[in-house]
Design a protein around this ligand. Structure first.
Ligand SMILES: C[S@@+](CC[C@H](N)C(=O)[O-])C[C@H]1O[C@@H](n2cnc3c(N)ncnc32)[C@H](O)[C@@H]1O
Length: 266
């Protein structure tokens, strides 16, 4: 069964990526199994796939034979001129009559500047769709057997970006006072500073914390620690990026679930 029939079979029909249109889609965290059927349909129809650095090579391999892959890598929050270049390129391709898939890691609108690209397309009069993706902050937890919510433990979950300094940062003390688990994107460089700020805000040093590196890829690594030690242990284990950090009691569930999963495994 080809991909168009797969998508069409569960819907009224296959969504069509038309010439001159842009689909702004999420590719999920890595594992191609977490791609949405609509992103898959976009990959099979696009003339040009403009993708980010974090889109897994196995996902890109699903592009149709007609597709040209264009890398539009942006990592580490470099200057906005580069973002302008990317949006200009999307507009240029669409106005040139191409079917364009703009593919971003995770969900396009979660710390992904998908909203800005959508606004740029809107202003340029380019027809577009936004296709959600599985965001790394949720996928990494579930893949690591850390439930994002668990009755009796939490009724909220905070997603926060950990780059930037001082005024540019969330109010870590205020987040700490909520007592709810915190999921950090792009926070490895500032982890020691953030952990200190959360402890100053009232979180116990013994609060469980975990780092999930390259979630849902073949390079996935998980470190479980506590808030006071997580930064130094990450350094000792030479953990790299991309990484999701989760801080809160939900991390403790991982050990129990892993035990059960091991028992039922073949
Ligand atoms: C610019 S943000 C993009 C987030 C993306 N739009 C999403 O919804 O997942 C990049 C950050 O996402 C996180 N990230 C993305 N993919 C990841 C993965 N497979 N494993 C762990 N963290 C990931 C890391 O914190 C990384 O620094």
């Amino acid at each position: 069964m080809n991909e168009q029939r797969v998508v069409g079979g569960v819907r009224a029909g296959t969504p069509l990526l038309r010439p001159g249109h842009v689909w702004l889609a999420g590719a999920g965290p890595g594992d191609p199994g977490l791609l949405t059927l609509d992103a898959f349909a976009g990959l099979s129809q696009a003339d040009v796939v403009v993708h980010d650095a974090l889109v897994d090579h196995r996902v890109l391999a699903l592009a149709g034979p007609q597709a040209r892959l264009e890398f539009a890598g942006k990592r580490g929050g470099r200057p906005s001129a580069e973002q302008r270049d990317i949006t200009n390129r999307l507009v240029e391709l669409a106005q040139g009559g191409y079917r364009v898939l703009r593919l971003k890691g995770g969900d396009p609108c979660v710390f992904g500047r998908g909203g800005e690209e959508a606004v740029a397309l809107m202003r340029a009069g380019v027809p577009f769709r936004i296709i959600p993706g599985v965001t790394a902050g949720l996928a990494a937890l579930t893949a690591a057997a850390i439930p994002a919510t668990f009755r009796g433990l939490n009724r909220a979950l905070i997603l926060a970006a950990g780059y930037g300094v001082d005024d540019d940062c969330p109010d870590w003390s205020a987040l700490a006072r909520t007592g709810q688990p915190i999921v950090l994107y792009m926070a490895m460089r500032n982890l020691a500073t953030i952990a200190q700020a959360l402890m100053r805000g009232g979180l116990a040093p013994s609060t469980p914390a975990a780092i999930i590196v390259s979630a849902t890829t073949t390079a996935e690594r998980v470190l479980v620690s506590t808030l006071d030690r997580v930064a130094s242990e990450a350094e000792n284990h030479q953990l790299g990026t991309p990484s999701i950090i989760v801080i809160g009691n939900i991390v403790n569930l991982r050990d129990q679930l892993l035990d059960t999963m091991a028992e039922t495994a073949p």
